[in-house]
Design a protein around this ligand. Structure first.
Ligand code: C5P
Length: 314
């Protein structure tokens, strides 16, 4: 069972269930430019896929259905507004096949957490249904469909560490010698709305109280090549952080606690409220996570590493 067999199965369509694992993302750099006429902001971002995963299983069915367990079960709509269902419809429409599948999600990525959980599920549904239906699209074709579903979805098809431009949907991989970075992910109680965070940033910029916008990604790329977490720590940044802090002032305590626990750096992930901390190694990450748990500044502190691949059949 090698890559050729997998390709062959993808062309024919799977008879059994197709299981896909998809990671969460953090933004090592999230530079937010002006609001565009289409309602999106121009971004200059560096995405990084980390080892917190959702798993989506696709089986043959007579209609399109979705069930779920894990993080957020019972809170997330499972109808046509769900991004996984929308992804299946988009692929079926593109490939000209009936959108028939039974999808089941096992979620570990928190909802509305700034970790792109919904986008991850859309990416997983594209990869899983492509295999189930035997539509055999390339990753680039899947990424093109993904762009219509959400700004982060193309990145979650690819994974790794990548530069995102446009509204985030244009993705180019960052080529660096393989290094593993160790993170602590502080999951908050409840989510934050991404559109609300962008609106809050625009408001802070209008009234002149937003922080200086981030500059170029050059220092971050140099740090990724240097493979020293202390150097990388100094280059992390997120223009949405002030907005997330304005909407959820308690995040300042979370960031302070990570600093006190000896994290090399701490930032809000995407539009928040999840905070991520850079550790020197896996043991350091475990220690920081334990301290954050004791400090009671988050719902849960998990360790993770990155980069990891994007949505993949297991
Ligand atoms: O693309 P996605 O559907 O994930 O975006 C959710 C919302 O986040 C958008 O409707 C928009 O309000 C905001 N957003 C933005 N600029 C971006 C990406 C997202 O303003 N580049």
């Amino acid at each position: 069972w090698g890559p050729d067999d997998e390709d062959e199965q993808r062309r024919r369509g799977a008879s059994g269930p197709v299981r896909v694992r998809v990671p969460a993302k953090v933004n090592l750099h999230l530079g937010v430019g002006p609001l565009r006429r289409d309602g999106y902001h121009e971004l200059n971002t560096v995405y990084h896929a980390i080892s917190i995963h959702d798993e989506l299983t696709a089986r043959r069915g007579d209609t399109l259905t979705l069930t779920m367990e894990g993080e957020g079960a019972g809170e997330l709509a499972l109808d046509d507004t769900n991004l996984a269902i929308r992804a299946a419809h988009a692929l079926a429409g593109y490939a000209g096949v009936p959108p028939h599948a039974r999808l089941h999600l096992r979620k570990q990525i928190p909802l509305a957490g700034g970790l792109a959980g919904g986008s991850a599920d859309a990416a997983a549904a594209l990869v899983a249904c492509d295999a189930l239906w035997g539509t055999g699209l390339s990753r680039d074709e899947l990424a093109r469909i993904a762009a219509g579903l959400g700004s982060d979805v193309p990145f979650l098809i690819h994974g790794g560490t990548a530069l995102g431009t446009g509204r985030g949907e244009t993705v180019s991989p960052v080529l660096a010698r393989p290094t593993t970075w160790h993170w602590v992910v502080a999951v908050a109680d409840g989510g934050l709305s991404t559109p609300a965070a962008y609106r809050e940033l625009d408001r802070l910029r209008d009234v002149g109280t937003a922080g200086e916008p981030l500059g170029s990604t050059d220092a971050l790329f140099a740090a990724l090549r240097q493979r020293d977490p202390r150097v990388l720590a100094a280059t992390l940044g997120n223009d949405l952080q002030d907005a997330a802090l304005a909407m959820r002032p308690s995040l300042a305590e979370t960031l302070k606690a990570g600093d006190a626990a000896g994290a090399l750096a701490g930032i809000v992930s995407g539009s928040g409220p999840t905070c991520v901390f850079l550790a020197t190694d896996a043991a350091d990450a475990e220690r920081i996570a334990a301290e954050l748990t004791t400090a009671d500044v988050c719902r849960e502190a998990r360790t993770a590493h990155g980069p990891v691949p994007g949505a993949r059949i297991t």
